[in-house]
Design a binder for this molecule. Sequence first.
Ligand SMILES: [Zn+2]
Length: 128
Amino acid sequence: MATDTPLIPSTPFTQGLAAGRLRYQRCQACGSALTGQRYACTQCGSARLAWCDAVGTGTVYAVSAVHRAPTEAFRALAPYALVLVELDEGPRVMAHGASGLAIGERVVAHPLQVGAQPLMRFERQPAP
Ligand SMILES: [Zn+2]
């Protein structure tokens, strides 16, 4: 696969990634923070949703180790983790992660460019 074509289609979420921002949707009617890209709020049904920037910190909710990456560009990064992170704002996002992350660890997001694909990579949050 050519590395100059992003693997993920352009959406407000991926456009945020390209700008180094981790975004999520928040309902303007009830204030709920939503996981994934929605057309209506999962709590109240309102279509008044706005994209917000996340702070970029959260907790590992689930993790899987990747030893055989799907493309040449990702093979250079292996081993790494696929992580489901619960952001401090509430939504959960699937992202790239540092190798060895475990459920419950505090993490912080950093922009990562793999070929033409902008991503977020979560790494352990340094102790305060
Ligand atoms: Zn709502």
